[in-house]
Design a protein around this ligand. Structure first.
Ligand SMILES: *Cc1c(COP(=O)(O)O)cnc(C)c1O
Length: 397
């Protein structure tokens, strides 16, 4: 059980300020209802599987769920760290009153790291120029920068390559001796984690262990080693180390296709029927028209489109839940609207349309939309647009 976990039967409602300008207005054409209880429960589930601490990754506005609200729910579920990319994301969490440990991992080399250090945020460092900037900011501010060094073990994205690692750890050790830096962690990111048993994962674990040995030999004493993302955390024990950096699974999407860990999707995307018309066979629908009705039917207009995050590439496959059943989206997914063929279902003007949700009431999931669009669920969740109102519900136990 992860530290910070509160077992028990007392339920309480979490309420937070919403982040969207249209949230809370009844005129919103679409809303994303975020179940904070699901986020907390998912973190508990993950911690029970990994038996490590959990760093909840709340980058990209908490994968579209709202970073501060998602962070609080994850902490409530026992997460001990938060992970973000930019300094702006980290500082926004601090401005929202969140005091938990935060790691921020993507920066320009010439960034002024002063605000991040003043906010007590750990900085990930992958290059010597970044390290110099961090140490300079620490010296300017008269404090010790908490740093986590990132090694590239095969992803070829951020992180120092093995042939650069020796220089990076040696300089970090020199700054430690001078008092401007303390290396709290060493970490890396996996290339092929969603393929359980991938030999690439084994190779990266070995490379990671080797990098940690080099860091220790240079005199560093990192106490926080981490490598696993969601998929690895749940399926590859050798990748777990001290803490797992979990994004997708926190939001309730099963990260590995064939495995089910009982995660609960936290976001439900809903809209409503704003026009309804009975049409004969041979009626062209929306632009093109790409779709022509094959029989007399009823068409429902739903005011949510690609500007709200519905992928255009799901055309011809997407379905929604309306009138008690699944109905196909027909014709093009346009910027602001889609048309749904509801057939002879008893659908009325104003009825709720569920685009995706947990899948427990027959609605599609974000993972279904990802499959229809040929993308991944992260892309669907982070794509939900700013004009979709976020509404928070959820009771944590
Ligand atoms: C986004 C991200 C994660 C979270 O990945 P999931 O697969 O969503 O769990 C972890 N680590 C890093 C470096 C990331 O960029």
């Amino acid at each position: 059980m992860a530290p910070g976990h509160r077992a028990g039967t007392v339920s309480r409602v979490i309420s937070h300020a919403t982040t969207s300008p249209v949230a809370g207005t009844s005129a919103a054409l679409a809303e994303a209802v975020i179940d904070l209880g699901a986020i907390a429960a998912n973190v508990r589930t993950i911690g029970a599987v990994t038996r490590t601490d959990v760093m909840a990754v709340v980058k990209a506005d908490g994968f579209g769920h709202g970073a501060a609200a998602a962070a609080r729910a994850a902490l409530d579920g026992g997460a001990t760290w938060l992970g973000v990319t930019s300094s702006a994301e980290a500082l926004a969490l601090r401005a929202g009153g969140i005091t938990a440990p935060i790691l921020s991992w993507l920066h320009r080399p010439d960034e002024d790291f002063g605000p991040l250090l003043a906010a007590g945020v750990d900085v990930s460092v992958s290059t010597v120029p970044h390290l110099r900037s961090v140490a300079a900011a620490a010296a300017r501010c008269g404090q010790t920068a908490m740093v986590q060094l990132k090694v590239d073990t095969g992803l070829s994205r951020n992180g120092a390559r093995a042939d650069e690692w020796g220089d990076l750890v040696a300089l970090a050790r020199a700054y430690e001796t001078a008092g401007s830096v303390r290396v709290r962690g060493v970490w890396s990111h996996l290339q092929d984690a969603d393929q359980p048993g991938s030999p690439l994962v084994r190779r990266q674990v070995s490379a990671f262990r080797a990098a940690v040995r080099v860091a220790r030999a240079a005199g560093l004493d990192p106490v926080l080693l981490h490598l696993a993302n969601s998929a690895a955390a749940l399926t590859a024990p050798a990748t777990r180390f001290d803490i797992c950096r979990v994004g997708l699974a926190v939001y309730g999407v099963e990260p590995v296709g064939h495995a089910n860990f009982g995660l609960r999707p936290a976001m439900t995307l809903r809209s409503s029927v704003v026009n309804l018309k009975r049409v004969p066979a041979g009626t062209g629908v929306s632009y093109g028209p790409d779709h022509v009705t094959g029989a007399p039917t009823t068409l429902a207009l739903v005011p949510v489109g690609f500007a709200d995050g519905l992928p255009r590439s799901a055309e011809g496959r997407a379905e929604v839940l309306v009138g008690g059943g699944r109905c196909p989206v027909v014709g093009r997914i346009t910027m602001d609207q889609v048309v749904v063929d509801v057939g002879d279902r008893p659908v009325r003007l104003g009825d709720t349309v569920t685009l995706f949700g947990p899948g427990t009431a027959g609605e599609p999931t974000a993972a279904d939309w990802a499959r229809w669009a040929g993308t991944n669920p992260n892309d669907i969740l982070t794509g939900i647009g700013a004009r979709v109102a976020r509404r928070y519900t959820g009771v944590t136990a």
